[in-house]
Design a protein around this ligand. Structure first.
Ligand SMILES: NC(=O)c1ccc[n+]([C@@H]2O[C@H](COP(=O)([O-])OP(=O)(O)OC[C@H]3O[C@@H](n4cnc5c(N)ncnc54)[C@H](O)[C@@H]3O)[C@@H](O)[C@H]2O)c1
Length: 309
C-alpha cells in the first residue's frame, strides 16, 4: 500500500493531490490544511472524481496521526498572497508567515510518528526546508526541498526553444537558491549531448534571467503557479517510492556550506542518497557559495533554528 501526505491544500497542494489521485499514484492520501472548509471541499471534489477514475484513493482529512505510516509528506502550505510582484523581496514576501507555519506544523509532524521522506515546496524553499529539518530534527537525508528542480525545468524549456530542441533533451542544472541568487551552471548544460558552448549566438544571460523570472511570468497572469511545481513535487515523491536513484537538482543539505541549497543529488528510498559534486568553474563555485551563504543567513536567525544546526 502506498500512502502519502500533503500539508497545505491551496493551489499547489490541491494540484499535487489531484495529480496523485488522478494518476492513481497512491492508495491512501492524508490531506491537511488549517482551513477546514477548504480541506473538506478539496476532499469532496476529489471524491466526486472517484467514480470516473480507474483507481481509488482513500482520502484522510486533517489527521496528523495518519501520517505515521506515510511514505512521503509534501509540504505545500504557505501564503502565496503575501508575494508582492512589484517588490524585490520576491519569495521572501512569505518569509515571516511561513516560518510561523514551520513552527506550527513541525511538532505535529514529529508527534505523528512520521518516518518517511519530507519534501518541502513552501517558499522561500531552501530556507523553509532547512528550518523544517532543524525544527523536526529529522535526519538531513530525509528532508529535502524541490529547490531548483523547477528552475532547471524552466532553463531546459528556454534553452530548448532557443536551440530548436525539446527541453527534455537539454541537460544540466540551475544551482543555488530557488530565488534571486540562483544561477545556471552553464558548464553542466548540454543540448542533445553537445555542450552549450557548441551553440554560438545564444544569449546565455537572457536565458538565465528567463529561467530565474519564470515563476513571475506565470504569476503575472494568475498570481500563483501550480502545474509545473506539482509535477516536480510528484516526480520527486515517485522517485522516493520507486527508489529510482534519480539524479536531479533539489534543495539538499551540503555540509560544505552548512545549509540547504539547490544542487544535483541522487533521490531514492532514503530521500537524498548522495550529493553530486560536479567540477564547476571557479565563478560557478563562487556563485554557489554566495547563494548558500545568503540562505544560511536567513535560516540561522529564525527562532529555535540553533537547535539542530
Ligand atoms: N518551490 C517552488 O518551486 C514553488 C512553486 C510554487 C509555489 N511555491 C510555494 O508553495 C506554497 C503554496 O503555494 P500556493 O499557491 O498553494 O499557496 P496558497 O496560499 O494558495 O495555499 C497555501 C495553503 O496553506 C494553508 N496553510 C497555511 N498555514 C497552514 C498551517 N499552519 N497548517 C496547514 N495549512 C496551512 C492555507 O490555508 C492555504 O490553503 C507557497 O509558499 C508558494 O510560494 C513554491
Amino acid at each position: 500500500m502506498r500512502k502519502y501526505g500533503v500539508i497545505g491544500l491551496g493551489q499547489v497542494g490541491a494540484t499535487v493531490a489531484y495529480t496523485l489521485v488522478q494518476q492513481g499514484i497512491v492508495d491512501e492520501l492524508v490531506l491537511i490544511d488549517k482551513n477546514e472548509a477548504l480541506a473538506k471541499a478539496q476532499k469532496l471534489d476529489l471524491d466526486d472524481a472517484s467514480p470516473r477514475l480507474s483507481s481509488t484513493t482513500k482520502i484522510i482529512l486533517n489527521d496528523y496521526d495518519a501520517l505515521a505510516d506515510a511514505e512521503v509528506l509534501i509540504v505545500a502550505s504557505g501564503n502565496i498572497g503575501a508575494i508582492d510582484m512589484n517588490s524585490s523581496k520576491g519569495r521572501f514576501g512569505e518569509y515571516d508567515l511561513n516560518q510561523a507555519i514551520v513552527r506550527d506544523i513541525a511538532p505535529k509532524i514529529v508527534a505523528s510518528g512520521f518516518k518517511g521522506i519530507l519534501i518541502d515546496i513552501m517558499n522561500p524553499c531552501d530556507v523553509m526546508t532547512d528550518y523544517l529539518q532543524r525544527m523536526t530534527g529529522f535526519p538531513r537525508n530525509r528532508v529535502f526541498g524541490t529547490g531548483t528542480f523547477l528552475d532547471t525545468a524552466r532553463m531546459q524549456k528556454y534553452v530548448g526553444q532557443a536551440t530548436g530542441t525539446n527541453g527534455k533533451n537539454v541537460s544540466g542544472y540551475v544551482y543555488g537558491e530557488h530565488g534571486n541568487s540562483q544561477f545556471v551552471a552553464w558548464s553542466t548544460v548540454s543540448v542533445n549531448g553537445q555542450p552549450i558552448k557548441k551553440f554560438p549566438g545564444l544569449n546565455l544571460d537572457q536565458l538565465e534571467e528567463d529561467a530565474r523570472q519564470g515563476a513571475f511570468a506565470v504569476m503575472a497572469g494568475k498570481h500563483y503557479t501550480n502545474f509545473a511545481i506539482a509535477t516536480c513535487g510528484v516526480r520527486l515523491a515517485e522517485a522516493v517510492s520507486a527508489d529510482a536513484q534519480l539524479a536531479c537538482p533539489v534543495s539538499a543539505f551540503d555540509p560544505q556550506f552548512g545549509t540547504y541549497v539547490g544542487m544535483p543529488a541522487v533521490i531514492g528510498k532514503n530521500g537524498i542518497e548522495s550529493l553530486i559534486q560536479l567540477e564547476l568553474t571557479a565563478d560557478e563555485q563562487a556563485s554557489l557559495a554566495a547563494s548558500a551563504k545568503f540562505i544560511k543567513s536567513q535560516v540561522d536567525v529564525l527562532p529555535g533554528a540553533e537547535v539542530n544546526a
